[in-house]
Design a protein around this ligand. Sequence first.
Ligand code: NAP
Length: 343
Amino acid sequence: MSFKVAIVGATGNVGREMLTILEERGFPTHEIVPLASRRSLGQTVSYGDKTLKVKALDTYDFSDTDLCLMSAGGSISKEYAPKIGATGCVVIDNSSTWRYDTNVPLIVPEVNAQAIGGFSKRNIIANPNCSTIQLVLALKPLHDAAIIKRVVVSTYQSVSGAGKEGMDELFEQSRAVFVADPITSKKFTKRIAFNVIPHIDVFMEDGYTKEEWKMTVETKKILDPKIKLTATAVRVPVFIGHAEAVHVEFEKPLSAHEAQTILRDAPGCQLIDKHEDGGYITPYECTGEDDTFISRIREDITVENGLAFWVVADNLRKGAALNAIQIAELLISRNLIKPKSAA
Ligand code: NAP
């Protein structure tokens, strides 16, 4: 059994990573169609040792395509995902547009695979926010052990989370600093080179940013609506890899040692937690890795039944492309998707 797969946003950061991961994992496909805007017509992308020509999304006919991996931004997902889903092609969407729709499952396969069944009303499955994915991977086994009441999380998010333009801006500004050229900001609201910015996505009425709101709402949808979560989302001058400082308050006691034992065996997680110089993982080291890394586990001395820890993952892989492809693999393993043709 093999599938015809379209990648919308194939020229972008996430789309390119999807092509790499599909090939790496030997995803069962007989045809891959890279799609982007008309601006990219004539461009090519790599899939293993093959070179594929990019086609325009707005003229592509999805009627014989089985699976669409979408990462071209919220407005494109809003317009196209329902139309593509209506052709019988299953859409796995990376934008935030469909995540909060009750008819759209929001899935991290290691955490809530059981929720995938409800996708057929719209034929859309949502990939959570990159910061949510790595957080819930660490929270889930701890929640199962001691029931989470409240989470306080501060993020340190790399510029690749803002697309290829975000990476270009950090590179250009860093170069400009060294050669004393004027510094211009387009993608970010302030200079990002040698700086940090406590602002990702738009401001909400209550003073939180939408990125922070997403982490709260998505954690509730994926894990447990009873969990209270407050986030501060910060952009940092790192190209790839998001880090998070997490403080969790539990209903039941859970020692740091018990949490280490649990997280050592948690699916999709790796524990690197030595209380010595370098005995923890940083974003630079997790680039290109599939796992979410957990370090610095300690008991929070300010609260009863509290733990603090550090979580790091490659935001383009587990935070976006890899998670989407794992969702597709889950559909196949549960027989929830069938090829339209007999190929
Ligand atoms: P990016 O590097 O800026 O790439 C954007 C892609 O969208 C490009 O391929 C671009 O094609 C395409 N695109 C833009 N306008 C289009 C149009 N009118 N029609 C068709 N394609 C169009 O961005 P990215 O980092 O890959 O992120 C893409 C999406 O994934 C965003 O929604 C982002 O929020 C989401 N994302 C999600 C996560 C997650 O954790 N779930 C993580 C990172 C990103 P051209 O090259 O032709 O312009």
